[in-house]
Design a protein around this ligand. Structure first.
Ligand SMILES: [Zn+2]
Length: 105
């Protein structure tokens, strides 16, 4: 017999986006609840000034802004819809859990 454990999180359980500079290991956490998020500050590491880029030298800023906006929008929609629990659909993110890579930082 084999078994498998799957891990899911609700969108409302996403508390922050966490960034770790691969150059100097500085960690930046952007709370989902933060007012007036200053996404442009994510263009480079606040410690070593290394640019934080996606492939092709594209800044992470637009993608992070879109991700954050989409998460907040979907969370609000789902929370509003959950007031009528017998309608609609539930939405959760399935996440990988690797105990060898788990970190408490
Ligand atoms: Zn850095």
């Amino acid at each position: 017999m084999s078994s498998q454990t799957q891990y899911f999180i609700e969108l409302g359980d996403v508390l922050a986006l966490r960034f770790k500079c691969k150059h100097c290991e500085t960690i930046v956490s952007l709370p989902m609840s933060a007012k007036d998020k200053r996404m442009e500050m994510l263009g480079a590491c606040p410690n070593c000034n290394e640019p934080w880029l996606l492939s092709c030298n594209v800044s992470i800023v637009p993608a992070v802004a879109e991700l954050t906006a989409a998460l907040l929008k979907l969370t609000a929609i789902i929370q509003e819809r959950d007031k009528s629990p017998d309608t609609g659909v539930s939405l959760m993110l399935e996440v990988k859990h690797d105990e060898t890579r788990a970190t408490s930082r």
